[in-house]
Design a protein around this ligand. Sequence first.
Ligand code: ADP
Length: 734
Amino acid sequence: MLKLRDRPIRQKITLVIMMIASAVLLLAFAALFCFQAYTLKQHSAHELAVVGEITAHNCAAAVMFKDEDAAAQILGGLRTMPQIVSARLELADQQQLAFFGTPRDETQIKAARLESGFRIDGDRILLAQPVMASGAREGTLYLLADLHATTSQLLKLYGGIFALVLVASLLVAFILSNQFLHLITTPILRLAGTARTIADHNDYSVRAAKVCGDEVGVLTAIAHLGYWERDLITDRLMWSSETNRVFGLSPEEDINNFARFQELIYPEDLDMVMQAIGVALRGGPRYEVEYRVVWPSGEVRFVYSQGDVILDEAGQPRRMFGTVQDVTERKLVDEVKRASKAKSEFLSRMSHELRTPLNAILGFGQLLERQKPTEVQRKRVGYILSAGKHLLDLINEVLDISRIEAGRMQLSLEPVCVADALEETLDLMRPLATERSIQLSASADIDAGVHVLADRQRFKQVLVNLLNNAVKYTPFFGGVAVSYHVPGNEKVRVLVSDTGPGIPAEKLARLFTPFERLGAEQSAIEGTGLGLALSQRLMDAMGGSIGVESGVGKGSTFWIELPLAKSPLERFPRDGAANGARQPSSEPASRSILYIEDNLSNLALIEQMLAERPGTALLTSMQGKVGLDLARQHTPDLILLDLHLPDLPGWDVLSQLKADSTTRHIPVVVISADATKRQMNRLMSAGAAHYLTKPLDVNKFFQVLDETNGIDSVEQPPAAAISNGDVKEACPSP
Ligand code: ADP
């Protein structure tokens, strides 16, 4: 006979259900029976009281006249009532007048010494009823009822009903549990079957199918891991076919010894695995290791394995067993994430590092250009500057692309007036077009009310790219035209058409691929092959699109589409500060400028630039704190501030300058290689008067110098932010 705990799980659950059903029924019946028994007693007592009262009344005369016969007769009448087992009538002096019942009943009645009322003792109820005659108590009538027979009858009845109901409910419970129990037991049974096969036959090839998503499902999923077991005495290894799969072996292959297993491990990881095993065997932390395996195909995969050590009676390691899991996919995802993060970090670092020396190259180059060089020198300086600018373009574009790809491009979408954006970009392109005798035209019916939802700077960047390409690739005396229209009600399409050579159909597919110049690299036309790739990503990021229609000899029409936006309700009139229409600068009589910068070549560059402005005194500091002191002591007319300082972040220096009443009024121009819009906005809203990016545009620098001449920063209009040559301005009223 099997013990309950060794019985199959299905039997156990059925049994438990039956037991619960029986217990619940039993409890319910017991409660019902007790209630019935109690009601019965109450009812009987009440009945007894009525009978007692009537009988006592009838006995009054017999008591008065001490008539024993009459009394016996009256009491005898009570025998017809089955519950009343005994009755006694006594006189006031307790002398018995009549009695029926057993001697035991008599003793019980006498011992109770009850004057009046009830006494319930188990199944027996004793009633003492005074016998009154002419208003005085002349005697007492005792009635003794026994409910035993009635109660046992009730018990029998209940027992019968209970038995019937129990049988019926157990039957129903059995049928229902039979019907639904398989939901719980089937997955467990399958899992158990798998385990049994593995245990009985050392057949690790079987796998349990996962059939549900609950805890049992999780257990089943665990059965998908590869198992292994190593006998530490014989070094024999046993493992499941899933383990074979993890190691890239066919299911039939039997890796039965530990030495063979070692061969499968990536050689560089073998030491680590052996060490982990050694530590576990010496009683250290449990075996848990991630290593690479080399599949017979040569493929390298990542495996996660864990296991435990089993000791023998003497406490010596006897066996090890555990699981393996292929984690290559997870590792690769992690790796890609890590690599992409490293790439973005590298690029942003590189961009900063490259911009700093470029700043010196371009700055000094521009200075040389202004110093009336000889023709040969001018040419050479020209080469330096154009190569430097090319490098700067390359850095900026690579940085932009990588920022977009890393999802770190900060865009601020706003309604941008298309007519304005076109006008500004056309203005920028005019010198190049004139240089190449290209006619640059915009369609006449430009509606100044049309706005697109875009990042103003990035939108213009794309337009500049397209116009620059059109002008650049169109031969001398060609034409470039810009137009736009609103095809549906939701988008605005801007078109840039040229009369250039056109692009062959087979090359169109590669047009937006980074570094793809489609043969232009062999021409004298400069380029990086990044402009269109970046434009496409920018358009995507702004929720727009870009495309081209072109054919050899037919010219090209590049188009971009952006969502139509409502024109902003409030239009601001241009003011002097915002549209760049400044008063001609007058040479300052005397002006002091403090430059806080830790890079020597940058310091030297500004120093030399300022040498062009006689009457300007330059104070310099290579540290933030010293700079702050100098500012307080000398209250210069202007502060130029670099953001990367050895002791304090430039951001801190700016806020301290703005918090101090002696320095608050001094305009601060931030000069930084960090060209991100977020950084610019942050510094501008912290009170910077201007934000110039490195490499410095010398003309822009002088322009800012003039603009900040003789003004207090508190008078500065907050939106007049000059960044890398762009003047932020509001859209003009149509
Ligand atoms: P690049 O810096 O070389 O101009 P782009 O990404 O802007 O890089 O353009 C990729 C290539 O597409 C160019 O090298 C050129 O071959 C071709 N291309 C771009 N615009 C035009 C155009 N308007 N006409 C002819 N070819 C063009």
